[in-house]
Design a protein around this ligand. Structure first.
Ligand code: G1P
Length: 297
């Protein structure tokens, strides 16, 4: 089915956060570069964007984030050594990373929040719809979460956010969504229109138990709204606040995506992701499973 809506080619990764939850590991290393099994967290998100047809990656960085740029760059020294040693498998792995994408970087000089980070990408994105991925949220899914969201954009031309049902008590760690109207019959009953959103509400005041997860497809309207968004929760410019304004002007859809989401910004979530992803690996899974079974838990 053809559509007239512009294709989404650009994916923005806010990555300027300090990573204080992972100190001391993040003292001299960005949290986005912590490895899940053998791949930095941010690479999972970049691969999801690519698998969803977005090959123009924009990373919003800050002080101390140079290793992210090095990671996605060509490493001549490393490639030469691997070539000399005949390590063709590893060479392919290393080359794949730098070959896969076109990356631009923009610095967020002040830590003024997620909304501010997204606004930094305005000139690089231009006047077209784009995606935002929060690398902390690693989503393991048969069909990439972003691609599931694209299916809705392609039919509606509207902004789409990913949501997940969470226990009531947990909603205060997320943006909470207030659905309006009936559940949309299309897309397997997993989509609703968003009426309102609140950033990290106390559980008792939350409009629902639907939590915003770190995947957004946004029309460029969001930039104009972000420019007008005052500092909100925590004194920061919140993307959630700009989305509330967007929902008042344009349709905004929420998708309960299919897949398993890991909050790797949390220590327990990081450990769980490591175990689950390792268990799924062809080269490690069976030995690792046997090892876990042998632990006297
Ligand atoms: C951010 C958003 C929040 C969202 C969450 C998803 O919060 O502000 O609305 O629910 O990501 O991971 P953070 O976790 O960065 O504090």
């Amino acid at each position: 089915m053809g559509t007239n809506f512009p294709a989404i080619r650009k994916a923005v990764f806010p990555a300027a956060g300090l990573g204080t939850r992972f100190l001391p590991a993040t003292k001299a290393q960005p949290k986005e570069m912590l490895a899940l099994v053998d791949k930095p967290i941010i690479q999972y998100g970049v691969e999801e964007a690519l698998a969803s047809g977005m090959d123009n990656i924009i990373i919003v960085t800050g002080r101390g984030k140079n290793s992210i740029e090095d990671h996605f760059d060509v490493s001549f020294e490393l490639e030469t050594i691997l070539e000399q040693k005949g390590k063709t498998d590893l060479l392919a792995v290393v080359r794949e990373i730098s070959d896969m994408i076109h990356v631009s970087y923009i610095r967020q000089k002040e830590a003024l929040g997620l909304g501010h980070a997204v606004l930094m990408a305005k000139d690089l994105v231009g006047d077209e719809p784009f995606a935002v991925l929060l690398a902390d949220d690693v989503i393991d899914a048969e069909e990439p979460a972003l691609r599931q969201m694209l299916a809705i954009y392609e039919q509606t031309g509207a902004s789409v956010i990913a949501v997940q049902q969470v226990p009531r008590a947990a909603i205060s760690s997320y943006g909470a969504v207030q659905p309006v109207g009936e559940v949309d019959g299309r897309w397997g009953g997993r989509v609703c229109r968003v009426g309102n959103l609140v950033e990290k509400p106390p559980a008792a005041e939350a409009p629902s138990d639907l939590a915003v997860v770190g995947r957004y497809l946004l029309t460029p309207t969001i930039f104009r709204l972000l420019e007008q968004t005052p500092r909100g929760r925590g004194g920061e410019i919140q993307l959630t606040d700009a989305l509330r304004a967007l929902a008042a002007q344009e349709p905004l859809y929420a998708l309960r995506f299919q897949g398993r989401r890991h909050d790797t910004g949390d220590k327990l979530g990081f450990l769980q992701a490591t175990v689950e992803l390792a268990l799924k690996r062809e080269d490690l899974g069976s030995e690792f499973r046997a090892y876990l079974r042998g632990l006297a838990l």
